[in-house]
Design a binder for this molecule. Structure first.
Ligand code: NI
Length: 167
């Protein structure tokens, strides 16, 4: 397993709609292992393939976090079956260093997709798991937290990122 470089905003791959995974090839299987490692080593609870530069519909997550590593999950080609309720959450993202903002999420969701073996799985989630899933699925649609933030907050972050590039 290898820790992969994380692409940060405004990398174009983060704004693209990712393509479905057609087949779980050995390369995809290896990417999954590397993404789990990368997620833990970066202190994250979720990671989407576009964040490591691959524009495909694949996410990894573990709501128990990098310390416990109790429930690593892989979801390929996720689709929402149900979304209900509203919950506000304060989120940050490995692709947006130093940024955080409040986001309105669904409280409960049901998601369908494939696991790493290609078996169909259905996940009914609430709480932190539901928030992580929605955050990561957003990445597959080319959406990051800056798209949820106010225009002012986004403009401020844009100038911060520009300044980092110059330094
Ligand atoms: Ni993120």
């Amino acid at each position: 397993m290898a820790k992969l470089p994380i692409f940060t905003y405004p990398a174009p791959v983060l704004a693209q709609k990712a393509q479905p995974v057609a087949e779980i090839t050995p390369e995809i299987a290896m990417l999954i292992e590397d993404m789990i490692e990368t997620m833990y080593e970066s202190d994250g609870v979720g990671l989407a393939a576009p964040q490591v530069g691959k524009s495909i519909r694949l996410i990894t997550l573990d709501e128990t976090g990098p310390k416990e590593r109790k429930s690593p999950m892989v979801l390929i080609n996720p689709e929402y079956l149900e979304q209900s309720g509203v919950k506000e959450s304060e989120e940050s993202c490995l692709s947006l260093p130093t940024f955080s903002c409040k986001v309105k999420r669904f409280e409960t969701i049901t998601v369908k997709g494939l696991d790493q073996k290609g078996e169909v799985i259905e996940i009914k989630a609430e709480g932190l798991l539901a928030i992580i899933l929605q955050h990561e699925i957003d990445h597959l649609d080319g959406k990051t937290l800056v798209d949820h933030a106010s225009r002012l907050k986004r403009t401020m972050y844009d100038s911060k990122v520009k300044k980092w590039k110059k330094d």
